[in-house]
Write a protein that binds this ligand. Structure first.
Ligand code: GDP
Length: 196
């Protein structure tokens, strides 16, 4: 599968340290605690590939993982963490903005949202920064196991309605790392971005 055997390559803390583009990049972003690390670990079938320190105030990093197909999974720092100083939060968000707006080998964005709190203002900000690239955004509504089947279906429909004005560039699906639901749909979508 696409994400299996993903191998850690490097971590960086500031835009100036971004590696020279080498292969198509697929970025994973999401609000802190949305379930991004769990989703990456589930997709990679690896329990601790994306291990994020939850220590407040700790500098977060962009982590790069090489996939078997040669593409790169880029794990972006979680945003919106309430317990860090405003100045540090602003630094992370500016790193995200820079990366999403300028990275020429970034072919698509997987945006992780907690299905109980989708499309927060910062989620919309990430979408707004990336949309002008014309490249696809795939929204994972994760922790879907915490919703009833009806609630999950209603949330999916509501989020799809919200992003409909953005056209086919934005797609949405349900996901659960706990129940391992939705992995094939993500893989299929991202494989399409990579023309695999
Ligand atoms: P991150 O900060 O976005 O990387 O979030 P994590 O992956 O560390 O997940 C945050 C919390 O949500 C942890 O306690 C996880 O165990 C939990 N979590 C993540 N994904 C799921 C899921 O699909 N279902 C359930 N029930 N809990 C999840």
């Amino acid at each position: 599968s696409l994400f299996r055997n993903a191998k850690f390559e490097i971590s960086i803390a500031k835009p100036g340290d971004l590696p020279v583009p080498d292969g198509a990049e697929i970025a994973f972003a999401g609000r802190s605690n949305a379930g991004k690390s769990s989703a990456i670990n589930t997709l990679a079938d690896h329990t601790r590939l994306a291990y994020v320190s939850k220590t407040p105030g700790r500098t977060q990093l962009i982590n790069f993982f090489r996939l078997d197909c040669g593409a790169v999974l880029v794990d972006l720092p979680g945003y919106g963490y309430a317990k860090v100083p405003e100045a540090i939060r602003r630094q992370w968000v500016s790193l995200l903005e820079n990366y999403l707006r300028r990275r020429e080998n970034l072919v698509g964005l997987v945006l992780i949202m907690d299905s109980r709190h989708p499309l927060t203002p910062l989620d919309r900000q990430m979408i707004d920064w990336f949309l002008p690239s014309g490249r696809p955004i795939h929204v994972l509504l994760t922790k879907a196991d915490k919703l009833t089947r009806n609630e999950a279906a209603a949330t999916l429909a509501a989020v799809r309605r919200e992003v409909a004005p953005m056209g086919a560039q934005v797609t949405v699906q349900l996901f659960s790392s706990l129940k391992k639901v939705g992995a094939e749909e993500v893989e299929h979508t991202v494989a399409g971005w990579l023309n695999l």
